[in-house]
Ligand binder design. Structure first.
Ligand code: SAJ
Length: 439
């Protein structure tokens, strides 16, 4: 009988769980993925350059709200999950999933330095019969043009000696329904055999795995998903600007449009676009197309509108204070919610921070409250204050930038002098005195 080849041996190790799975980058994508591979029965090597993360994992602490510390504890105590800051354990890995950040540089150009660094370190330990999967969101072509050469430089042949694929992460932080295991996973390999090998591994831990023809296609799927969101959020933000000029309640319009049972999908206007994905990912696509002499006009326009929203909110505040014979300068403004979206504590790219920066520049006296964000490291003099009656009454303006469910909006409107609501959080709250001004 013909001896099983490299591919067959690797697939067998995935199916009988004797494979060791590596995950590089133990953040909001990598840690949940490592846990799912562990729960599926694999030995998992987690690698992160942040010693704090590694220490927390060994101590069974979860620094990712969506990850249960109990899961970490169980896998670490059973010896199934090991975290390390160096890459040497990869010499025993049968697969490595790369979940490192892909930020933008200062000039909105992609910064794939974390991907390159991970690829080089993986290449140092690359051996026959290994699967490498890139999960970090990036421009179409990264896997093929950047990672593949690093690996083939070691003399191995892709699709024969090792297997390389792209599989976009689809983590929605705070989503209680869709988690890593039950969110369908797209996978595209450099070769068909690469796609097949990656599909077998991920199918052991994730309920639905969907193959596509190439790594570039898989990279583009993710960028379509996030560009779709950025452009549609920009559209409703522009509709909000239009309704403002038309004297129409944009929230009522969107709510009514949402009754259309087909052909419409509601997005909501807001103070701007936050998070580490939606404001960032579309620019990876725009940058790549620029190198191909194509201008991604929707992405550029959406960026303009979304980044313009904080300025619009500040003009609403300034007009509202002006109506009350007050200037922004010297006004006490209490900001409710500073994270980039409700009921989570992540402040990356949060529009609330842009608005605070603009108001501080105008001389406003800012305080904030956010139960999920204990301190604002960039603003030591801006304190996280308790929401007490005297604090609310003393504020010249209460600004709702993040509509955390925990707030009692009825009580806030009752006690406040002026409320600027950028999230329709006060929907249905009685406002007899005309204190609430909505986006
Ligand atoms: N936002 C609006 N209006 C909307 C929806 C969102 O202003 O109608 C704002 C939010 O307040 C937030 C930003 O846009 O500041 C991004 O919101 P988001 O809901 O897209 O949340 P993210 O960035 O945490 O997660 C998204 C995922 N979210 C959803 O699919 C609901 C998903 O697009 C990606 O899996 C994920 O980014 C990612 O990691 O790419």
């Amino acid at each position: 009988m013909k001896e099983a080849g490299t591919m067959e041996r690797l697939i067998k190790r995935f199916k009988d769980r004797t494979a060791t799975v590596g995950v590089i980058g133990l953040g909001y994508v990598g840690l949940p993925l490592a846990i799912e591979f562990g729960k599926a029965g694999f030995n998992v090597i987690g690698i992160d350059t942040d010693e704090e993360k590694v220490k927390n994992i060994h101590e069974g602490n979860s620094y990712i709200p969506d990850v249960d510390p109990e899961d970490i504890n169980r896998l670490v105590s059973s010896g199934q999950l090991n975290a390390s800051i160096d890459y040497s354990p990869l010499k025993n890995a049968d697969s490595v999933s790369i979940c490192v950040p892909t930020p933008l540089g200062k000039t909105k150009d992609p910064d794939i330095s974390y991907i390159i660094s991970a690829a080089r370190k993986i290449a140092d330990y690359l051996h026959k019969g290994e699967l490498i999967v890139l999960e970090s969101t990036t421009y179409p072509g990264t896997t093929e043009e950047i990672i593949l050469p690093e690996l083939e430089a070691k003399g191995f042949k892709v699709g024969e000696d090792f297997f390389l694929a792209f599989s976009p992460e689809r983590v929605d932080p705070g989503n209680k329904i869709y988690r890593t295991k039950n969110t369908p996973k797209i996978i595209g390999g450099i070769t068909e055999r690469c796609t097949e090998v990656a599909k077998v591994l991920y199918s052991q831990a994730i309920d639905t795995v969907i193959p596509v023809s190439t790594t570039k296609s898989a990279e583009m799927v993710k960028l379509l998903e996030n560009t779709f969101r950025a452009v549609n959020i920009a559209l409703v933000n522009e509709v909000a600007l239009m309704c403002d000029r038309l004297g129409i309640d944009v929230w009522e319009v969107i709510e009514a449009a949402s009754t259309k049972p087909f052909g419409f999908m509601p997005f909501l206007p807001g103070p701007g676009l936050g998070g580490h994905c939606i404001p960032v990912d579309p620019y990876y696509l725009a940058w790549k197309l620029k190198t191909l002499d194509y201008k991604a006009r929707f992405i550029e326009l959406a960026g303009e509108i979304n980044t313009g929203m904080p300025f619009h909110i500040v003009s609403i505040i300034s007009d509202a204070l002006n109506e009350r014979q007050k200037s922004v300068k010297g006004s006490k403004i209490l900001v409710l919610g500073v994270s980039y979206k409700k009921d989570i504590g992540d402040i990356r790219e949060s529009p609330a921070l842009d608005i605070i920066r603009l108001l501080v520049k105008k001389g406003a006296v800012i305080s904030y409250n956010d139960p999920f964000v204990p301190v604002l490291s960039d603003y030591n003099d801006i304190k996280n204050v308790r929401i007490e009656e005297k604090v609310v009454r003393a504020a010249d303006c209460i600004l709702i930038t993040t509509d955390h469910a925990i707030y009692n909006y009825e009580w806030i409107v009752e006690k406040a002098r002026l409320v600027i609501d950028t999230r329709n959080a006060t929907k249905g709250v009685k406002d007899g005195a005309g204190k609430v001004i909505k986006l």
